[in-house]
Each structure stands twice: as C-alpha cells, then as structure tokens.
Design a protein around this ligand. Structure first.
Ligand SMILES: Cc1ncc(COP(=O)(O)O)c(C=O)c1O
Length: 377
C-alpha cells in the first residue's frame, strides 16, 4: 500500500457491525464482561478504547512500527516515553529541541534523577563524545524547532545499536508522510499530533510508535498506569485529519517553496533556515532520509523591534504558538515557544530575538507572499 492509500486504508477502517465508513466514536469508559475477566477485548477505556485503538493502529502502520499509542498531548507522549527510564539513567538529546521538551526534562524529570545532556546531534562526533556508561538513549528532533537542523538518522542509529542505546525520534515536523525514522533504525518515534497529523488546530494530542513487542508492552504498561490517554472524540478527529495528510503536505510544501523563493530575494531577511534550500547545511542528509521538506521555516529580520513590526502588520499569518495547521502561523520563538529556554542558552543556539518562525498553511501562496511583502516593508 502506498502512502496516500495507507492514510485512508491503514489501521482499523470503518465499522464492521453497521458498515459505517468511519470508525465510530466509542464514548464509553467501561465494558460489560460476560463473566469475570471474560470480555470482548476491552475492559476500561484507560487500558483500551476502540476509537483510540483504531488511531493507534493507523499511526503504527504509517510509521511502519510494531505498536502505536495515543496520548492526551505531545508532552504526555514524550513524558510517558521517558518513563521507560529509571533514576540514574542518562539520555543524550538534540540541543535545540522544542522548548516544552527541554522544560520537562530539565525541570521535571531531572527531579527523578534522570540525567540529560544536550548536544548538536547533527554532529556524530558530538553524540559519540556525550555517551557515558549510564547512557540509555539518544533523543532526536530532525528537522529541529526552530532552526531546522538535520541529524543523520542512519548514522546515529548505527551508533545507538553498537552501544546498545535506544534511538528516539520526534517526527512532528516531517510526519510519516515525508519521513519514517523506523526505516532509518529508530526504536521509538513520537509526535505532537496537535500539528500536521491533526492539521486543523482543533485537537491537542500525542502519538508514539515503537519498533519492538517488548517496548510495546512496556509503553502500554506506562500508558495504562500513568493514564495520559487520548479521549475517543479527539482520537476520531485525528483519524479524520490524517486522511488528508498527503494532500495537505504536498500543497503546503509547494506554498513553502514559493514563500522561501520570495524571502531569499528580500533585503531585510538575513538568514533563512529551510532544509529545502541547497545552501542549508543539512540539505543532503535530509534528502537522503526524507521525501519532502515540510512547511516550517525560520528567518532572521535582525532585531526584536523589526520582528515586532512585522508581527503587527502581518494579516494572513496568525500570531500563535503551534504549527502544521491549514492556516499559516507566525511566531517569534525567543518570546514564545522557546521562552522557557534561558536567554544565554538561546543565544548560544542561534535563536535570536529577531528570529521569526512561520508554519506555511494552505492559503493561496500569492496572498501569503503579498502579505509578507507589505509587512516587511
Ligand atoms: C516538535 C514538537 N514536539 C513536541 C511538542 C509538544 O506537543 P504538544 O503541544 O502536543 O504537547 C511540540 C509542540 O509544539 C513540538 O513542536
């Protein structure tokens, strides 16, 4: 089955009992048992729910893994994955991870004595140098948020396998439509499904796919124990969103290409971070492991004041956190998504006050370009 077909026919489709073409929303918390322990596969909706199960099967098929899991947010998914580790374990992480991921590991999970080291995972030597006797995993975002840095997933997975470490990839930016990290050797792939997978700014959700039965059992134990599950209504919305992921990603890619072409010619814009540009440091690596570049890009307008001016004039780009929706979004990472990262650290990473991030949506590209043009003037 090819990708666009899998988006529609993957996982569990329709409803056998009625012939409904959509998976029903099983708005239910508990299930009748014929006798104690004798049931039809469902006991209690924290443990399993048919609508959530359909979504979990779908993301498993799309990422090409062994088992899928749906959580109440991307952060719930990430935190649940980290609960696979114990006090004293060490995890190596991409240095410009999403701010919320940085916050949960540096302000919450550190209290449980799980140790984290942030390195530029686009350099395999940096990753090698960070390995310690208690290292258990390498956690990667590629492309990263907001600088769109690229990590060579195959190289890191070879290193992880050699050292007996798990490789975890946050695939939010690329989605399984463009990139399937399990094919490059990842053990765990996760998503803020709030973004492209949902696609319509109407659901907050997280998804995880694991590539072994054992990890599947371990993560199900955590999901059921901790309970950060996704509800049936939101599971349904995600299944619905995923059906159109292919057409949305193709169109967003085309719009982004045109917006980038425009920005490249603009005198106010200094750096443009977009992996689709041949001049981007990670362009060749990204091309070797993904089939598309996505709709996220950042560019520098030089100062916080200029960024503010741009934001105050722009019309079709909604000033909002988040990304991956039908509407184009604009943000200033230093003041918004990455505000929880200390200023010194942000500057070290290149997340300047004049850095503007956009998530290109599905509006007419001509309107988006005209809008950017008038706002940049
Ligand atoms: C790359 C990435 N990972 C994880 C998250 C967290 O997901 P959520 O907001 O659904 O909890 C985000 C949110 O912006 C993100 O951009």
């Amino acid at each position: 089955m090819r990708k666009k077909t899998k988006l529609i026919h993957g996982g569990v489709t329709g409803d056998e009992q009625t012939g409904a073409v959509n998976v029903p929303i099983y708005q239910v918390s508990t299930y009748e048992q014929e006798s104690v322990g004798n049931h039809k596969g469902y006991e209690y909706s924290r443990t399993g729910n048919p609508t959530r199960h359909a979504l979990e099967e779908l993301i498993k098929d799309l990422e090409g893994g062994k088992r899928g899991f749906a959580f109440g947010s991307g952060m719930a998914a990430i935190t649940s994955v980290f609960m696979l580790f114990s006090a004293g374990d060490h995890v190596i992480m991409t240095d410009d991870v999403y701010g919320g991921t940085y916050r949960v590991v540096s302000k919450v999970l550190n209290k449980f004595n799980i140790e984290f080291t942030f390195v530029d995972t686009s350099s395999i030597d940096e990753v090698k140098k960070a390995i310690k006797p208690n290292t258990k995993a390498i956690y990667i975002e590629s492309p990263t948020n907001p600088l769109l840095k690229i990590t060579d997933l195959k190289k890191v997975s070879e290193l992880a396998k050699e050292q007996g470490l798990y490789m975890i990839v946050d695939n939010t930016f690329s989605t399984p439509y463009w990139q399937t990290p399990i094919d490059s050797g990842a053990d765990i792939v996760l998503h803020s499904a709030t973004k492209y997978l949902g696609g319509h700014s109407d659901v907050v959700a997280g998804l995880v796919v694991v590539n072994s039965e054992q990890l599947g059992e371990d993560l199900h134990f955590i999901q059921n124990s901790v309970g950060g599950i996704l509800g049936p209504q939101d599971s349904y919305l995600l299944i619905r969103g995923i059906k159109t992921l292919g057409v949305r990603m193709e169109e967003i890619e085309e719009n982004t290409r045109r917006v980038v072409d425009f920005l490249q010619e603009h005198p106010v814009v200094t750096n443009i971070y977009y992996p689709g540009l041949k001049s981007h440091r990670g362009h060749d690596t990204h091309t070797s492991q993904a089939t598309g570049f996505g709709g996220m890009l950042s560019f520098d307008v030089g100062s916080s004041e200029k960024a503010d001016q741009l934001l105050s004039r722009i019309q079709y780009f909604t000033l909002a956190e988040s990304l991956g929706a039908v509407e184009s979004l604009i943000s200033v990472p230093a003041k918004m998504t990455h505000a929880s990262i200390p200023r010194d650290r942000r500057e070290e990473l290149g997340i300047t006050d004049g850095l503007v991030r956009i998530s290109v949506g599905l509006e007419d590209a001509e309107d988006l370009i005209e809008d950017l043009d008038q706002a940049l003037k």
